[in-house]
Structures are given as structure tokens and as C-alpha cells.
Design a protein around this ligand. Structure first.
Ligand code: C2E
Ligand code: MG
Ligand code: MG
Length: 709
């Protein structure tokens, strides 16, 4: 203790004071001193001498050590008092300490005096310091308690160690419930990850984090708060604890919009994230279940994206990701969804599929759109991606299992090659491969003019006169494999090739049949099949152009549609059909009797002819129901003024029955199979009474589905 201390003696014996002073000096203590012997002197000295320690005799004439101790405790509670006594019994010693004396010493043994004084002063100072700390802590706690802001403190692991009144009130929990709880547990659930990762991480790195967070209020409500998270560190830089101060923010609507954006969307691409897509899939599953349709969950992972990041730099990598995100978004239908779920991974949800393999062509187009070369700041980047597909409900009934299976399929295909897709189900995968092969083949076939048309004559039942011809598309692959239109027309529809294919069929058929006629002669009625997807304004223009270029008379052209035309955009369909009619073209309803609310449709469609479906014609001779339907259709036609043609007539029995029913026309293998143009032309020029089919019925049966011969 290098500083000089002030010692106040309460003593009536001057020699005792001298002895005590010598003992202190001997001990090397630098001090000033004063001596008092009465209560009033003691009171004054405590005030103006302001001693660091009081050394007090226990028995004084006219005054007592006890009374002196009381006075010191009252006036200077922090100043230690040490009894220096002539003699003291054990009881007296205990009493001294009990009353609050710092220590006691015998006058006969002052060797310990210096040490005792030093210790008493040090203890008093320590006590004073502790008290100061404690009272400032209490003051602080009072301020925190009174604050309207929510104040929370947590240990470095994020477990709550302090909460103020406002926090308890906002969170709707008692202090006891909150202490020890995870801090992230006080946040509205989807924000946990953001809180833990961003706020605590940033606060640990930079000292503090500031941002907006929704906290979980009672009854599932979320309260928008602006928060400051501070990491309090020791001198080594290790975090001792975190404090979080949050304020209820005023403008909740913009905050909520921001929170929604942060919670549900990826900040780089602006695409939805996993949290959003999870909810989206759950909803899609419900509606797929209700409508008995399928959903494909597609995991798309960019191949070797790391090389882009490393080779071109992070900034180019970000631009590439944004551009891939935009390409994916524009490659899917509005009702579908695209999300970014990993650094180089996207998730696509394709809904309202009729068959699992329908997803294949769509995903292949998506992969093709990713593979298109991109140029960034003068750099050309070409990427491929691999996709795994899981289909609801066959590959999983919930989001988790679908995601797991799609991801497993994606990893599987990635191991084998890049830029390919794979279904979770091996069975679907095989069919998908075939479908994709077909799509590529058909694309090439259209490009290389490998498609051709066969023609099947139609006859008047009453007279046996040939009255028309139906053009039927044929695809013979370079290996002479014949692929049925029942197979490739749906592929063309799904691959977006039907417009091109349909325009070619119309033009080829009009030109071919026109060439059959001599100058000035009318061609037979030409029937051309039109897929529902072709019913659009562009096709109306194609019809007008074709009629003009080929010179084919409009009233001899009959376009065959199916009953399903009104199932989609009925208004557009009716508008298009009206345009066709205004061009003078005839309209037939193909495959009639198998479809939807058949009869009610007829009143809305501008129809000239009905083609009774061959399934009904086939069933007619054995099933009374089929016969009744054909009968109804024929009489309906008679009443409403449609011509009725029976398709797929194969037997004399069917023909006889149709004749009895009064059906107008027929088409079928019995009289003529679909044939190449030159043969069809020859067949057309004959009445059926004069027909001589060059083939046996067995030969027809063998080639029936394609009309190949
Ligand atoms: P569709 O329009 O109902 O054509 C009649 C189908 O029945 C043809 O099948 C024809 O070969 C077959 N057929 C004719 N007579 C008989 C018979 O007596 N018995 C049996 N069992 N079948 C007979 P194809 O040529 O295989 O065509 C299948 C379907 O593909 C067509 O049915 C039509 O919906 C579609 N299609 C064909 N060509 C085109 C086209 O150019 N465009 C569009 N959009 N669809 C086409
Ligand atoms: Mg047809
Ligand atoms: Mg038909």
C-alpha cells in the first residue's frame, strides 16, 4: 500500500496510541493519524478527517467501543473498524465481530497490526467496489425492465439468460419459461435459419447485426420487429454472450412483404425457394388428388457449375445462375413452378399431367433450353444440366419422398452421363426414353420429308358410289418401320410439332387430290384430320392460304375435329370454327359417340357430317347398346340435317345393318384400306359393286392399324 492512509485512533491512553503507531511504522505503513476519545470528537473526525480505518479501544472511560462502532457504522458504513484491546475474552471477541468490527487485536501483541490494517482496508475497498457494481447492475436492470423494447440476452450457444418485462409480455411467456430456451425459438418459425445463420454469425464476425425479424407472438401471431444483435466478447475475442434488442416496427405491411420475400424467395434469382415450393407442392398434391392428374417433381442440377465459378469468377457464376433461372421460368407453363433449392440446383413442378412420361418431353426441352450457349461479358458459357424426375402419386405421396426420389434419380443419371434426365421409376424411364426417341425421330422425319399421306375412300351406302377420301398421315422410318399416327400424332402434339405437321398434311392432301382431277372437274370431298391443338387463328390462316395456293374448292374440303374441341377454350374454338365456315370449308365430327356430352355439343358446333366411331360400328352387331347408339345418331343426323358416316366397317353384316338403319355413308377395310395416292385414286373411280379388292381379309387384318400394304 504505497499511498498514505488516514488512521483514526479512538483511545484514551496516549502510550497505547504511540505503541500502535510504532507498530504500523515498523510495518512500513505510510499514514496520517488522529486520535479521539469521545463520541462527539469521533463524530467530527469521521466527517472532516475522513479516515480509511478506525483503530478503537474497547473499554474507554465515559465511552464504549460498542458505541463507537455503532457511530462509525452509522456515519461511515464503508470504513472498517478494528478493535485494539487490552484484554478480551472469547465472548467479547465474538461480540466485536458480530457487531461488524473488521477484526480485533491485543495491545500486548501488535506485531499483526500492520497486516490487519492493510487487510481490513483492502476488504473494505473490495466490498465497496462490489456494492457499486451490484448497485449499478440493479440500476441497469431497472432501466432494462422499464424499457418498452424487448431485451434478451443469451449465452454463446444462443440459450436465453435474461429477458426483460417487455420480452415476456410480447412473447406471452413467463420469465421462467423463457430462461434457458433457445433464442431462435422466440422467432416466427421460418425465420429460424436466417436468425441463427445470419444474425448470430454476423454479430460474431462484425460485433453486431441489425435487421428485421418476425417474432412468434402468442396464438401463432408474428410480430414484426427491428432487432439489434450484439456479440459481447472477452479480451481474447471469444463471445461471452449475445444481447438482442428488438423494437416493434410501425409499418407492418411493407415489413411483412419483405419478410415474405425473404422467407419464400431466393435473393439471387428471385425464384421461389424450398420453403415456398414445399407449400406449393402440398397444395398441388391436393388438387392433383381431386382431379386424378399427376405431378412431376423435377430436380435439375447444373453439370460442373463449379468450373464456371472457378474459371470465370463468382460474378459471372451469379449472372449464369440468374440467366438459367430465367430460362427455366420461361420454359414452364404458368401453372407450374420453378424454384432454386441449392447453389446450382433447381426444382421444377409440372402439374396436370395425364401420364408420367408426358414429363419427359417437357423436361428434355427444359434441359435443351439450359444447354443453349450463353454469352457473358464476351465469354461464351455452355452448360448442361441433369434432371431427376419423381411423379406423384406413383413415386411418393408427399413432398419429402418425391424430393428424395427425384434427387436420387438425378444423382444416378449424373453418375452415368451429363445433360440427361432420369425417372425415379425404371419402368417410366424406359417408356420415357422411347418417347424421347420418338420425338427426336419425328422432328427429323418432318425436317427430312419422311412423312407421307395415305388416302382411304368413303362410299355412299345406298348407291355404292365413292363420295370422298380421308387423308391419313403415315410415318415410315428410314428402316421402313411403320409408326402409327395413333402413336406419333400425340407425340407431335406434346412436342409442339403438330402445327407444322398439320399444315403440311393439309397442303400435301389438297395438292395431291387436286392433281387427280382433269381440268375443270370437281375433286372428291377431301377429309383432313385436325388435332384440337391446331384449332387456333394461325391455322385458319393456313387453311385460307392452302386453298388459295392449291386451288382446291373450299366446299370440297372437310376438316375433321373431335368432340373434345370444346373442352378447352370453347370460345376460341367456336370462333375458329366460324372462321373456317366463313371460308366455305365443311366440318365433320370424328370418332363420334365415344366422347363427352356428345349430343349437347352438336347444337353448338357448326357441323356438316358426323363420323360414327369404329368402336361403335364394331360393337353394333353384338351389343344392343352400341346398335342403339348408332341408331340414335343416324336418326339425329336425319332430323338435324347432318350426313352420318360409319367408320371402320369391316364386315358385310355391319354394312347390312347400317343400310337398314339408314346410315348415309361408310368407310372401312371392307371396301378400301388406306392406300398411297395412286392406288386410292384408282379405288375412288369405282363403285363398290364393281370393287375388286386385291387383298384378302387376312392381309387387311395384318396391316389394319396402319392401312399399310
Ligand atoms: P381417324 O381419323 O378416326 O381415322 C380412321 C382410322 O381408322 C385410321 O387409322 C384408319 O386407318 C382406321 N381404319 C379405317 N378403316 C378401318 C377399319 O375398317 N377397321 C379398323 N380397325 N380401322 C380402320 P390410322 O390411319 O391409324 O389413324 C389413326 C388416327 O390418327 C386417326 O383416326 C386420326 O385421329 C389420327 N390421324 C391420322 N392422320 C392424321 C393427321 O394427318 N392429322 C391428325 N391430326 N390426326 C391424324
Ligand atoms: Mg378421321
Ligand atoms: Mg375416326
Amino acid at each position: 500500500m504505497a499511498e498514505s492512509i488516514r488512521v483514526l485512533f479512538v483511545e484514551d491512553q496516549e502510550t497505547d496510541v504511540t505503541l500502535a503507531r510504532h507498530a504500523l511504522e515498523h510495518d512500513g505503513l505510510g499514514f496520517e493519524w488522529r486520535c479521539v476519545a469521545t463520541a462527539s470528537e469521533l463524530g467530527c473526525a469521521l466527517a472532516d478527517f475522513n479516515p480509511h480505518i478506525v483503530l478503537c479501544d474497547y473499554t474507554l472511560p465515559g465511552y464504549s467501543g460498542r458505541a463507537a462502532l455503532d457511530l462509525v457504522r452509522r456515519l461511515r458504513p464503508a470504513t472498517p473498524l478494528l478493535f485494539v484491546v487490552g484484554s478480551i475474552g472469547e465472548d467479547g471477541a465474538i461480540a466485536c465481530l458480530k457487531y461488524g468490527a473488521a477484526d480485533y487485536l491485543l495491545k500486548s501483541n501488535l506485531l499483526r497490526l500492520g497486516t490487519a490494517v492493510r487487510r481490513a482496508i483492502a476488504d473494505a475497498r473490495e466490498r465497496e467496489r462490489t456494492q457499486e457494481v451490484e448497485s449499478s447492475r440493479l440500476r441497469l436492470a431497472e432501466v432494462l425492465e422499464a424499457s418498452p423494447d424487448m431485451v434478451v440476452m443469451s449465452d454463446p450457444a444462443g440459450r436465453i439468460t435474461f429477458v426483460n418485462h417487455a420480452a415476456c409480455a410480447l412473447l406471452g411467456h413467463s420469465r421462467d419459461q423463457l430462461l434457458g430456451m433457445e433464442w431462435s425459438g422466440t422467432c416466427a418459425v421460418p425465420l429460424d435459419a436466417r436468425l441463427r445463420q445470419e444474425a448470430l454469425h454476423t454479430a460474431t464476425q462484425n460485433g453486431s447485426w441489425q435487421g428485421e425479424i418476425a417474432i412468434a407472438a402468442p396464438y401463432g401471431a408474428a410480430i414484426a420487429t427491428s432487432q439489434v444483435v450484439t456479440a459481447h466478447k472477452d479480451t481474447n475475442g471469444t463471445t461471452r454472450f449475445f444481447s438482442m434488442i428488438s423494437r416493434d416496427v410501425g409499418d407492418r405491411s411493407s415489413f411483412e412483404a419483405r419478410i415474405h420475400q425473404l422467407v419464400n424467395y431466393d435473393s439471387l434469382t428471385g425464384l421461389p425457394n424450398l420453403a415456398y415450393i414445399d407449400e406449393f407442392v402440398r397444395r398441388s398434391i391436393v388438387s392433383a388428388h381431386d382431379s386424378s392428374s399427376l405431378i412431376a417433381l423435377v430436380t435439375v442440377n447444373l453439370d460442373g457449375f463449379r468450373l464456371v465459378d472457378e474459371g470465370f469468377g463468382r460474378a459471372v457464376g451469379d449472372v449464369v445462375l440468374r440467366s438459367v433461372g430465367a430460362a427455366l421460368k420461361s420454359a414452364v407453363h404458368e401453372r407450374d413452378a420453378v424454384a432454386r433449392v441449392g447453389p446450382d440446383e433447381f426444382l421444377i413442378i409440372l402439374s396436370r399431367l395425364a401420364h408420367s412420361i408426358d414429363a419427359a418431353a417437357r423436361v428434355q426441352r427444359i434441359l435443351d433450353s439450359i444447354a443453349a450457349p450463353r454469352s457473358f461479358a464476351g465469354q461464351e458459357v455452355q452448360l448442361t444440366a441433369s434432371a431427376g424426375i419423381a411423379v406423384y402419386p406413383s413415386d411418393g405421396g408427399d413432398f419429402e419422398s418425391l424430393l428424395r426420389n427425384a434427387t436420387a434419380a438425378m444423382h444416378d443419371v449424373k453418375c452415368k452421363s451429363h445433360g440427361r434426365l432420369q425417372f425415379h421409376s425404371g419402368d417410366v424411364q424406359q417408356r420415357a426414353q422411347r418417347r424421347l426417341g420418338l420425338e427426336t425421330g419425328l422432328r427429323n422425319a418432318i425436317r427430312h420429308h419422311e412423312l407421307s399421306l395415305f388416302y382411304q375412300p368413303q362410299y355412299e351406302i345406298r348407291t355404292g358410289r365413292a363420295c370422298g377420301v380421308e387423308a391419313l398421315a403415315r410415318w415410315f422410318t428410314p428402316g421402313r418401320e411403320a409408326i402409327s399416327p395413333a402413336v406419333f400424332i400425340p407425340v407431335a402434339e406434346q412436342a409442339g410439332l403438330i402445327g407444322e405437321l398439320g399444315a403440311w398434311v393439309l397442303q400435301e392432301a389438297c395438292e395431291t387430290v387436286m392433281a387427280w382431277t382433269d381440268q375443270g372437274e370437281e375433286p372428291p370431298t377431301l377429309c383432313v384430320n385436325v388435332s384440337t391443338q391446331q384449332i387456333c387463328k394461325e391455322f385458319s390462316a393456313v387453311i385460307a392460304r392452302t386453298l388459295e395456293h392449291s386451288g382446291f374448292p373450299a366446299e370440297r374440303l372437310e376438316l375433321e375435329i373431335t368432340e373434345s374441341v370444346l373442352l378447352g377454350n370453347a370460345e376460341l374454338a367456336l370462333e375458329c370454327l366460324a372462321q373456317w365456315k366463313s371460308l366455305g370449308v365443311r366440318i365433320a365430327v370424328d370418332d363420334f359417340g365415344t366422347g363427352y356430352s356428345s349430343l349437347s355439343y352438336l347444337s353448338r358446333l357448326p357441323v356438316d357430317r358426323l363420323k360414327v366411331d369404329k368402336a361403335l360400328v364394331h360393337g353394333m352387331t353384338s351389343e344392343p347398346r352400341a346398335a342403339a347408339i348408332v341408331h340414335t345418331v343416324v336418326s339425329l343426323g336425319q332430323q338435324l340435317g347432318f350426313t352420318v358416316l360409319a367408320e371402320g366397317v369391316e364386315t358385310e353384316q355391319q354394312l347390312a345393318m347400317l343400310k337398314d338403319l339408314g346410315c348415309h355413308q361408310m368407310q372401312g377395310y371392307l371396301l378400301a384400306v388406306p392406300s398411297p395416292a395412286t392406288e386410292a385414286r384408282t379405288l375412288l373411280s369405282r363403285r363398290w359393286g364393281a370393287r375388286r379388292m386385291s387383298r384378302s381379309r387376312a392381309a387387311y387384318a395384318a396391316t389394319a392399324s396402319l392401312g399399310v400394304h
